[in-house]
Design a protein around this ligand. Sequence first.
Ligand code: NCD
Length: 307
Amino acid sequence: MLKGRHLVEPGDFTIPEMETLFSLAEKIEAEESYLRESCRGKLLATLFFEPSTRTRLSFEAAMMRLGGNFLGFAEPGSSSAVKGESLADTIRMAASYADVIVMRNPKEGAALLASRYSTSPVINAGDGGHHHPTQTLTDLLTIKRLRHSIANLTVGFCGDLKFGRTVHSLAKALSQYPGITLIFISPPELNVPSYITEGILKKAGVPYCETDSLEKVIGNLDVLYMTRVQRERFFNEEDYIRLKDSYILDGEKMKLAGQDMIVLHPLPRVNEIAVEVDEDSRASYFKQAKYGMYVRMALLASILGVV
Ligand code: NCD
């Protein structure tokens, strides 16, 4: 039962709980009217202290499709954060107005803090370079739909694995599934943090390796998860400029990949996937964005206890 629960990081939900969400999301996708109006009278607060397109819009669309409503802000400049209000106080207020809170914040740990002060469930929509668990639900549902199972897969993560919170969350969640092998592809400066490799993967006995060459490993992958270099988390612009085009997936590189490999990307894409790849049937990132709305509908309905 997910009623009243917070979602701060992927480990907060068990595999069976996530599977229930995926089945619900699939049912919503198949049947337009399913759960329509189930959240009538319920309010969602969307508190975005950092930019967002997909996550915020898909949560708001999800709530409206369920018959509920939303309030909130899309940038901190329009909230009392600019007057110096603490996050704890902002959250206390939002919780007294709304039945569920979705928050994105540039500080690692902000969602955990919010969950401690909130009397309404808090859903983490990204806390700095740390975690992004609802993107992970989106990614896992996409893998399940397109590869038919989340087990026995070799998954490659490519790009900014240091600051990319979607990578941290998905790697952590995948470590709980059987037969998963992970390949991390990044320049050494953007390697995945050791709290993921040493702290989670080694302990869980998940085989993984690190490389800086996409060409060398692309032929072994079932899933290629591309990411953008996270400019906003760099300390200086020079490093960003030097690293931003480390990997560009194009038609030539796609020729080295298997016919069943799927390409995912949490989006926004900057330069790391050439537009020509969009026409390739293995490019699945726009489908992925759509599944994000269905899984967020399933999540909101479950957390609000209407299903
Ligand atoms: C991601 C994020 O915010 O971490 N975007 C998203 O939610 N789909 C990825 C990114 O910004 O690169």
